[in-house]
Design a protein around this ligand. Sequence first.
Ligand SMILES: NC(=O)c1ccc[n+]([C@@H]2O[C@H](COP(=O)([O-])OP(=O)(O)OC[C@H]3O[C@@H](n4cnc5c(N)ncnc54)[C@H](O)[C@@H]3O)[C@@H](O)[C@H]2O)c1
Length: 393
Amino acid sequence: MTETAGSTTTVQDALRVAIVGTGAIAHAHARVLATDPRVTLVAVADPNPEVRDAFADEYAVPGRYADLDALLAAQVDVPDVVHLCTPPGLHRDQAVAALRAGAHVVCEKPPVLSLADLDAVLAVADEVGRRYAVVFQQRTGTAVGHVQRLLADGELGRPLVGVCHTLWYRKQEDYYAVPWRGRWATEGGGPLLGLGIHQLDLLGFLLGEWAEVDARAFRLARDVETEDTSTATVRFANGAVVSVLTTALAPRQTSYVRIDTTLGTVEVEHLYGHDARSWRLTPAPDRTGGDPAPAPASWTLPSDDEPSGHTPLLRAVYDALRDGGPLPAVAAEPHRSLELVTAIYASAALGRPVTKDDLAPGSTLRDGFLHGVEDLRDTTGALTPAALSRRTT
Ligand SMILES: NC(=O)c1ccc[n+]([C@@H]2O[C@H](COP(=O)([O-])OP(=O)(O)OC[C@H]3O[C@@H](n4cnc5c(N)ncnc54)[C@H](O)[C@@H]3O)[C@@H](O)[C@H]2O)c1
């Protein structure tokens, strides 16, 4: 029995949780789970015994398996929740296996490698009555929630233009030495899918549905099958136009999202997580051309600030799993950022703007943007420069 302030939790009440993939990001999950007295980490799976055992020792996890199949076969009771912290190319099959075994799934981004796979996994979750929660933690935290409400309620005016930068630095010798990275089959994309998707997810949370993407992709300095840099102009359904730049080649790293509206500018600058100090709201000058009008009181960010991150996201997911209700939107709406990534790759490869209609259910691009450009892969499987950005030929 676990005693907590004001409550008593029996071991029987605790959700039994397994983590599959015990590499870098799995620690973020385990650290959050360790703070929840109503969770018991019962098993981990990873084919690398050293990584797996060190992880299991650190978090005192009794069950240790080489893969998910062995874990599911060996557990007397299927875990209530399975966290997938594995390379992206494994997410689809592992999610389906865990859901069909009877577990809820919490999956790291990117959820799967194509929109069609995402539809399929969500359909299985519906069929078996289990939840499929995806981790996009940039949408979490008190400040971003406040800014999103201001934009949605029109208190920041009408969004006009914006900037979405993921300027990160990832080296060949370590980051891209990991065999699953930089390959279409195992990572599903380059820094756009692996890194920039975080900022695209935040951008979509703030601006809503997108309408059209015009993009280019480049392989400038890394020995990968994918791009290492991409640019895009994204037009949103509300009319806002945003310039997106994503790269793994920027030594002074930053994550930056900026939206200029009829009433002011809202910006967030950080690296891997933000809180109220990362945000800046600047009112537009008044109509007489004088000093900026004072910011309305409603623009003041809340003082009970909680940073973005895995903590608020997993708390919201576990609250929903315990209540048996629907997942919180932050974990239940993974489509938009994967659509934006797919549209950016497709636009670059096809050499034309891509609209939301291009990705409608049944379209070939929904199966993955590579479907339109398979003739443009070289003998090693890498996209040729022409396929990365067709207009550069
Ligand atoms: N939300 C975030 O901020 C964030 C940050 C980093 C990574 N991620 C995502 O988390 C996932 C993992 O990334 P990472 O950086 O932790 O990678 P990693 O390479 O550090 O860890 C992946 C682990 O999965 C294990 N693995 C490989 N095949 C397996 C299998 N069949 N069954 C079980 N385990 C297997 C590997 O041995 C490795 O230990 C990716 O989808 C990545 O995009 C998310």
